[in-house]
Design a protein around this ligand. Structure first.
Ligand code: NAP
Ligand code: HSE
Length: 428
C-alpha cells in the first residue's frame, strides 16, 4: 500500500474534524485508494493551547510554515486556518513547491478563486475546495462536474447555518433576534464576531463561489448585493406567518440572456416551499439546470465532522488525480461576467410601516405608489394606538431601484413615522 503524507494548516473545528475522521474511517479510505493518508505535521499559532489535545503521537505540531513547505515528504496541504492573506500566501507557496492544496476557506475562494485555480493549473497541482460552500453538503463538485452538461439557470439556497438557526428560533419558539443570536453563539454556530453571518457576507461569499462555477463567469464577493437579517423583528416573523410565509435568508444567483443577478437577502417564502422546512442550523441548496430541472441538496452546512467529510473527500480526490497523473489538469472555463444592474431586478415586497393613526394616511401612501406605477396587492392595518398605527403591505413585482425611490418619498411624508422593514417575497 502506498502512503501519502499530508499537513494541516490549522487545527480548530475543521482541522480536528479531519484528524477524527481519518481515525474513524481510515481503513475504509485506504481500501478505496490503496493509499494510506498520514497527517505528518500541523501548523498552529499558539502551541500551549494544543498541548492538552490528544493527538496521535506521529503528528508534529509546528508554528513555522517553513517546517511544512520545506518538507518534500508532504504532498498535500489542507488549509483550514481561515486567515485571508496568510492562507493565500501559504497556498501560493505550496503550488510553487508542487504541493496540491485542499481549502475550506470561502473568504479566499470568493475573492481569489479564479487566480488561485489558474495558478494551480500552471503548476500542475490541484486546488480543491468542496468545504468552502455549505460544509458537508456536496455542492461545489456537482456544480462543475455532475451538472456540467446543463446550462445552470438558478442557484438558490440557505447557505448560512447561524442565520437559519436564528430565524428558525424566532419563528418556532417566538424568540427575539437578540436572544436567538445569543443562543446560536452559545451553541457554537455563530462566529465569535457574528457580523459575517448575520450581515449576509458569509452567504454572499458562498453564492459567489457557486455562481463562478455554475455560470462559468468570473464573479467575486463584491458582485453580490447583500442584506442581512439584523432588521428582522418578531413582528415581521408574525406577519409573515399570518400571510402563509416564513422568513429565510436566501442566497440567490440567477442567469438569463440579460445577465447575472447575485443577491443575498431575507426573503418571504411560502410555507410549502422546500426551503421553508429547512430548520435550525441546516443548509440547503436548490439548483435549476435547463435539462436536469430542479434539484435540492440538504444537510449540515458546518460543524467538525460534516465539514471534514468534504475536506477529506477532496484529499482523496487529489490522491486519485496524483495516481492518474492528472493533478492540475481540470479545464475550467470562465467568461467575464455580465452583471445586471441591481436597480433593475424586480421583486414583490412585504412592507411594514409605522404611520400616524389619522384620516388620509393610506391615501397619501397609495398616491406615491400610484404615481410610481407600483401596484399594491394587499394592505392590512395592524396594531394601533390613538396616535400611531402599524400597516403591512404587499406590493406586486417592481424594480428594486423604483421601490427604493418610492419608499424614500413615503418616508418623507409627514404622516409616516418610518418604513420599518422591506422584505422581498419570493414567489416560487
Ligand atoms: P477555527 O476553529 O478558528 O480554527 C482555526 C485554526 O487555524 C486554529 O487552529 C488556529 O490556530 C489556526 N490558525 C489561524 N490563523 C493562523 C495563522 N496565521 N498561523 C497558524 N495557524 C493559524 O476555524 P474553523 O472553524 O476550523 O475554520 C477553518 C476554515 O474552515 C475557515 O476558513 C472557515 O471559514 C472554514 N469552514 C469552517 C466550517 C465550520 O463549521 N467551522 C465550515 C465550513 C468551512 P491557533 O488556535 O493557534 O490560533
Ligand atoms: N458560520 C458558518 C455558518 C459556518 O453559520 O453557516 C461556516 O461556513
Amino acid at each position: 500500500m502506498k502512503n501519502v503524507s499530508i499537513a494541516l494548516l490549522g487545527c480548530g473545528t475543521v482541522g480536528k474534524g479531519v484528524i477524527d475522521l481519518l481515525a474513524m474511517n481510515g481503513s475504509l479510505i485506504e481500501e478505496q485508494l490503496d493509499t494510506k493518508i498520514t497527517i505528518k505535521k500541523i501548523l498552529i499559532r499558539d502551541l500551549p493551547k494544543y498541548e492538552h489535545m490528544d493527538l496521535p503521537s506521529n503528528i508534529a505540531l509546528t508554528t513555522e510554515f517553513a517546517d511544512i513547505i520545506d518538507d518534500d515528504d508532504i504532498d498535500v496541504v489542507v488549509e483550514v486556518m481561515g486567515s485571508p492573506s496568510f492562507s493565500k500566501d501559504c497556498i501560493e507557496q505550496c503550488f510553487k513547491r508542487g504541493k496540491s492544496v485542499v481549502s475550506a476557506n470561502k473568504d479566499l475562494m470568493a475573492d481569489y478563486g479564479i487566480p488561485l485555480l489558474k495558478m494551480s493549473q500552471e503548476h500542475h497541482v490541484d486546488l480543491q475546495f468542496e468545504a468552502s460552500v455549505a460544509g458537508g453538503i456536496p455542492i461545489v463538485r456537482p456544480m462543475y462536474s455532475s451538472l456540467n452538461a446543463n446550462r445552470i439557470e438558478e442557484i438558490i439556497g440557505i447557505m448560512n447555518g447561524t442565520t437559519n438557526y436564528i430565524l428558525s428560533s424566532m419563528t418556532d419558539l417566538g424568540m427575539s433576534y437578540e436572544a436567538a443570536l445569543k443562543e446560536a453563539q452559545e451553541k457554537g454556530y455563530a462566529e465569535a464576531n457574528p457580523t459575517n453571518d448575520v450581515s449576509g457576507y458569509d452567504a454572499a461569499r458562498k453564492i459567489a463561489i457557486l455562481a463562478t462555477l455554475g455560470f462559468h463567469s468570473a464573479v467575486t464577493f463584491n458582485d453580490v448585493s447583500v442584506e442581512g437579517i439584523e432588521s428582522i423583528t418578531q413582528e415581521d416573523i408574525k406577519h409573515a406567518g399570518e400571510m402563509g410565509y416564513v422568513i429565510k435568508l436566501l442566497a440567490i444567483a440567477r442567469q438569463d440572456k440579460d445577465g447575472i443577478a447575485l443577491n443575498v437577502h431575507p426573503s418571504f417564502i411560502r410555507k410549502g416551499h422546500p426551503l421553508a422546512n429547512v430548520g435550525g442550523a441546516y443548509n440547503a441548496v436548490c439548483v435549476r439546470g435547463n435539462c436536469v430541472g430542479d434539484i435540492m441538496l440538504y444537510g449540515q452546512g458546518a460543524g467538525s465532522l460534516p465539514t471534514a467529510s468534504a475536506v477529506v473527500s477532496d484529499v482523496m480526490n487529489v490522491i486519485l488525480h496524483r495516481n492518474l497523473r492528472m493533478t492540475g489538469m481540470r479545464d475550467y472555463v470562465w467568461h467575464d461576467a455580465k452583471l445586471k444592474d441591481q436597480g433593475s431586478i424586480s421583486a414583490s415586497y412585504y412592507l411594514r410601516m409605522v404611520v400616524a393613526n389619522a384620516p388620509g394616511v393610506l391615501a397619501a401612501i397609495s398616491n406615491v405608489f400610484g404615481e410610481d406605477h407600483i401596484s399594491i396587492r394587499s394592505l392590512i392595518q395592524k396594531d394601533e394606538t390613538t396616535e400611531i398605527a402599524e400597516i403591512v403591505l404587499l406590493i406586486d413585482r417592481s424594480p428594486d431601484g423604483l421601490v427604493r425611490e418610492s419608499l424614500k418619498k413615503i418616508e418623507a411624508l409627514p404622516c409616516v413615522h418610518k418604513v420599518a422593514n422591506a422584505i422581498r417575497v419570493i414567489e416560487v
